[in-house]
Design a protein around this ligand. Structure first.
Ligand SMILES: [Fe+2]
Ligand SMILES: [Fe+2]
Length: 319
């Protein structure tokens, strides 16, 4: 068994490695990523593995491509949305190190700074998407409202959600975006560069989640598990709203009149795809499961699984 001092030494090394990685991969938005390019609407934005457009069998190939572009636009906006709260939370946690470990402080300040840059990147993507796509797209969730709601929960619950998000970000890039040859080159690069800076974020999320776990009682942790479930429910509320908004936009701009049946299949299919992208793919991430189950009891694990079950069933029924 490790002594406290050994554990602290391991943590210090991880913060230091994260600072080194952050310095090594740092990129600039315009010169490295955008490079005077636009989003090519002759190609897909979001890959099939995430957009699930092949399951929309009532759509033609070009309609499926258009749906992948709407989903890709929303994908960038969702990241910009969650990064508002992530950046603020990490700045808040950095105060624990103001007069302590200056390497840990630097790691968290760089993390927060990177998320500010990523928000700018995703605002830039939204502007480029608006230039190449029909008018009428709306992204309804408001970053500050969502951030205030998330930050009202305990650090344990907030960091559980954050590790989940930052792990699935990496997994989506490696498993679906990187191997797809038919994506807009700029869209693909946006997520390549984003992925490069996200790798160390997940390491820091885990350190901060475990650090918060050491400070709380069993009762507080039990309440935090409920708060994590509430946060996942809030994410699902956002997905329901945006799936409905995006299906309306598609119907209004796809160039033909969809039947009532096609419209309801479209909205249900989008919600399934969004739940896969933002909740279920991350909930199945082996490292997320490993860290989560190392912190909670079997009955708490079951509580989380039963909260996820209705979302999973929707996906299974559709398969
Ligand atoms: Fe990010
Ligand atoms: Fe991040």
């Amino acid at each position: 068994m490790q002594t406290i001092n050994e554990q602290e030494q391991i943590d210090i090394d991880r913060y230091a490695r994260s600072v080194a990685a952050s310095k090594r991969v740092r990129w600039s938005l315009e010169e490295d990523v955008i490079r005077n390019r636009t989003l090519d609407t002759a190609q897909k934005f979001l890959p099939d593995g995430l957009s699930k457009v092949k399951e929309f069998t009532f759509l033609s190939e070009s309609e499926q491509r258009y749906l992948s572009q709407i989903q890709g636009r929303t994908y960038a906006n969702i990241f910009g949305l969650v990064e508002r709260y992530i950046s603020a939370k990490i700045l808040e946690l950095s105060s624990d190190f103001w007069f302590g470990d200056q390497i840990a402080l630097e790691a968290l300040v760089r993390f927060s700074d990177e998320e500010l840059k990523h928000q700018e990147l995703f605002r830039r993507v939204e502007t480029l998407a608006a230039q190449g796509m029909p008018a009428g797209y709306r992204f309804l969730p408001q970053p500050n409202d969502v951030a205030r709601a998330v930050l009202s929960k305990s650090t344990w619950a907030v960091m559980a959600l954050t590790l989940h998000i930052e792990l699935f970000t990496q997994m989506h890039y490696r498993q679906s975006i990187e191997p797809d040859e038919n994506l807009s080159p700029l869209f693909k690069d946006v997520f390549l560069f984003h992925w490069k800076e996200e790798s160390q974020h997940a390491i820091l999320d885990e350190l901060e989640w475990i650090r918060s776990d050491r400070k709380i009682s069993a009762d507080q942790r039990d309440r935090a598990v409920d708060e994590f479930i509430e946060l996942v429910g809030a994410v699902d509320g956002i997905l329901q709203l945006q799936a409905s908004t995006d299906s309306q936009y598609f119907a209004e701009t796809c160039g033909r009149r969809l039947s009532r049946d096609e419209q309801s299949k479209l909205e249900a299919g989008l919600l399934r795809a969004y739940r896969w992208q933002y909740i279920l793919s991350g909930a199945q991430h082996p490292h997320f499961i490993k860290v989560l189950t190392s912190l909670i009891t079997e009955s708490q694990t079951q509580r989380i699984l039963s909260a996820l079950a209705p979302l999973t069933n929707t996906v299974a029924n559709a398969a």
